[in-house]
Design a protein. Structure first.
Length: 225
């Protein structure tokens, strides 16, 4: 584990082995623990918005999602870069959830995204114990029905995919009212079963990569003055 502080946002970078050990502990501690991913886009936007920064820093476990973050923090070992690029943590966690027959609840913001999510998960494990699913198209219109449905089923794991920062806000505002062990919030544009990104996602990542480097240089210069 190594501590990272970039653009004023603090989090810890764990190896896949360390992160999986933590996730296993979450399965048995009696509280809902949140797991999310941090990218250059998230660092750039959260660095400019105090509320988003609060959402990110209050995640129980943040997984680094892009090599550039490790390069910028000086933690870019060969093994860690390989783990990030392949999406190793997500795939191994899904495998463990399936092996242990944990009940899974899926959450997305559209039928299309839900079907894509189910397809991607099935390519890792076709024996996931899917307990239920919910499509939340308007997160600003209250989440009482969603919370009630989850709590009626009492799943072990919630797996969601929403755009940033909707997903992070949803987790932050509702986690204390939900009965589950883990809420795993997947990146919007990264394929679960391969760790690859679509062409659009690669273009988006390139834009934020450049913006991130510019913002980081400005931030570090201001701190040095």
């Amino acid at each position: 584990m190594r501590k990272i502080n970039l653009l004023g946002i603090q989090f810890q970078d764990y190896t896949t082995r360390e992160a999986l050990k933590i996730a296993n502990q979450y399965m048995n501690n009696g509280a809902l623990n949140t797991i999310s991913f941090v990218s250059t886009q998230i660092l750039v936007e959260a660095g400019e918005h105090a509320q988003q920064k609060e959402w990110i820093e209050n995640m129980d476990l943040l997984i680094c999602d892009e090599p550039d973050i490790l390069h910028a923090s000086g933690n870019a070992t060969r093994n860690r870069l390989k783990e990030i690029e392949s999406g190793e943590f997500t795939k191994e966690l899904i495998n463990r959830i399936a092996r242990n027959r944990k009940r899974v609840f899926l959450l997305a913001d559209s039928e299309k995204r839900m079907e894509q999510l189910k397809t991607e998960l099935s390519l890792i494990r076709d024996d996931l114990h899917l307990e239920g699913e919910y499509i939340l198209t308007d997160c600003s219109n209250g989440t009482e029905t969603l919370i009630n449905e989850i709590n009626d089923l009492v799943p072990s794991v919630i797996i969601s995919r929403f755009p940033y920062p909707v997903q992070e806000q949803l987790m932050y505002e509702n986690r204390k009212m939900i009965n589950a062990d883990i809420w795993l919030a997947l990146p919007e544009h990264k394929l679960v079963h391969t760790g690859k990104r679509s062409r659009y996602a690669k273009i988006l990542m390139l834009f934020y990569k450049k913006t991130f480097k510019k913002k980081l240089s400005q931030y570090n210069n201001e701190k040095a003055e």
